[in-house]
Design a protein around this ligand. Structure first.
Ligand SMILES: Nc1ncnc2c1ncn2[C@@H]1O[C@H](COP(=O)(O)OP(=O)(O)OP(=O)(O)O)[C@@H](O)[C@H]1O
Length: 475
């Protein structure tokens, strides 16, 4: 099916229809596999509003049914297991039990956080939104969180980037998502052609599905970035077929990648790397290194420049300037609940999901050999107990103020960390800022220590960091 556009298929749900504690209001839109409605809660409790995604898993022919169930299960699995600030949250899963409505009976209903709109709609109104760099930073954060938790999105495109009422974004629509087994994963054989990397457009589908890797999302990010920054596709053409021909010429080396001339040169470099014509040529640009580059584009030139050129730590003055901006773009990873019993299986209702806390883990959790492994790849984690035990605070980006910055560490007010793990990926993947330097005061003042990539170490009692920054070296 790759190469064909998916047609929306509407699941008709009447206004006022009741399911669980929800009353359906109006249709938000339909995708290839189901429809999304706004709903309000008819009983006490939070949230008051939600988006209900109806997947018609109870109807259709047995073959369609199997396929729809597989897609629904993928989405539920991701939403249950990966809870992170830049991914849409799922509150519960319901099944319609209504034999009197044969089209609805048996449908799976995902109760999701209600988004205000999608990036697709934003681009229709404003093809080059002024907030494009900030939007792209957050999309990149979403990819870091998803890939860090071991999943490939597989269908990143404007329709699957939701914009919340507060203007922040969340990645959504995970029915093409695939869980990594080492370096690769198997996804169903669908994708949206304009956002699909060349190696997948012409690849075979095995019994387990199509082999995908995180570089597929990196390609999609490149297309998305070009679209959001310029209002046009990187491989232009009036129809999907024409764009595909342009892609073929590009991949065969018969045609250069001609990015829009108005694209700023730094973005041009990033997009070119994302749109490298093969997986091998793209593999060194993972989501995390991309995030760093995207974040740095938003720093004032005088702050970003010296940090890039000199392979030394930031000077105190410079650091203050960097922090003011970096604090606005760094983020904290949510809990990694991959080992949680409630995270398994698609048939039990999930517990309500709250905003991921700034600190995760339990105060009494004993240190164990796997304790450090809670730290999601790509992040730096500080723990309240030695050997990765106790509570954990994790960051992918810089944090200028642990207690009052963008991503605070709630336990740090009263507790000193006793161990640290720099689980950043390291220089082998082309990343530059791989060491984590931490400071006794906010805004990176009064250096306490530095952790090289891959290092797990215990900290002396009384070491009280208040800020940290990813740096080129610990020297
Ligand atoms: N949580 C949500 N809040 C608000 N709107 C949503 C939410 N989830 C999805 N939508 C909107 O509902 C519509 C249908 O979404 P859905 O995920 O089913 O399909 P799609 O992404 O448009 O298409 P496809 O699944 O074929 O890729 C889209 O317009 C999307 O923006």
């Amino acid at each position: 099916m790759t190469g064909q556009e998916r047609r929306p298929s509407t699941v008709a749900v009447p206004e006022g229809y009741e399911i669980g504690s929800w009353r359906v209001e109006r249709l938000l839109g339909s995708g290839g596999f189901g429809s999304v409605y706004t709903a309000s809660r008819s009983t006490a409790g939070e949230p008051r509003r939600a988006a209900l995604k109806f997947l018609p898993t109870g109807t259709r022919t047995p073959r369609q049914l199997r396929h729809l169930r597989d897609l629904a299960e993928r989405e539920i699995e991701v939403l249950r297991r990966v809870r992170a600030p830049r991914l849409i949250r799922m509150h519960e899963v319901l099944t319609v039990d209504d034999p009197a409505s044969p089209d609805l009976d048996g449908a799976t209903v995902l109760v999701l956080d209600h988004a205000e709109t999608s990036l697709d709609h934003v681009l229709t109104r404003s093809p080059r939104p002024p907030s494009a760099p900030a939007l792209l930073t957050q999309i990149c954060e979403g990819l870091v969180q998803l890939h860090g938790a071991g999943w490939v999105h597989g269908d990143l495109k404007p329709g699957n980037v939701l914009v919340m009422a507060d203007g922040t974004i969340r990645l959504a629509d995970f029915n093409m998502a695939a869980q990594l087994e080492g370096t690769h994963a198997y996804a169903p054989g669908f994708a949206t052609p304009d956002f699909t990397p060349p190696e997948l457009l012409w690849s075979d589908i095995t019994e387990r599905g199509r082999l995908v890797r995180p570089t597929a999302d990196i390609w999609a990010f490149g297309v998305l970035a070009h679209l959001v920054l310029t209002g046009s596709m990187p491989l232009p053409g009036p129809t999907a077929a024409a764009r595909r021909t342009a892609l073929t010429h590009y991949v065969r080396g018969e045609q250069e990648l001609r990015l829009a001339p108005e694209l700023p040169s730094a973005w041009r470099e990033i997009i070119r790397d994302c749109l490298a014509p093969s997986h091998d040529a793209r593999v060194s640009h993972d989501a995390r290194s991309l995030l760093r580059r995207v974040e740095r584009l938003q720093l004032p030139a005088e702050a970003a420049g010296p940090r890039r050129r000199k392979r030394v730590l930031l000077s105190a003055a410079l650091v203050t300037a960097v922090c003011a901006v970096a604090a606005g773009t760094a983020f904290l990873l949510g809990p990694d609940d991959r080992n949680s019993p409630t995270a398994k299986g698609a048939d039990t209702p999930s517990a309500p999901v709250g905003t991921p806390p700034a600190s995760v883990g339990t105060p009494s959790a004993p240190a164990s050999p796997v304790a450090y492994d809670r730290c999601i790849p790509g992040s730096v984690c500080f723990f309240t107990e030695p050997d990765g035990g106790g509570r954990m605070c994790a960051w992918v980006g810089d944090e200028a103020d642990w207690l009052a910055g963008k991503n605070v560490c709630s336990w740090a007010t009263a507790t000193s960390p006793r161990s640290v793990f720099n689980n950043g990926k390291g220089a082998s993947l082309g990343e530059i800022f791989t060491n984590v330097t931490y400071f006794a005061e906010r805004h990176l003042k009064n250096q306490l220590g530095c952790v090289p990539p891959g290092t797990r170490r215990n900290l002396d009692a009384g070491v009280n960091p208040r800020s940290h920054v990813w740096t080129e070296s610990c020297a």
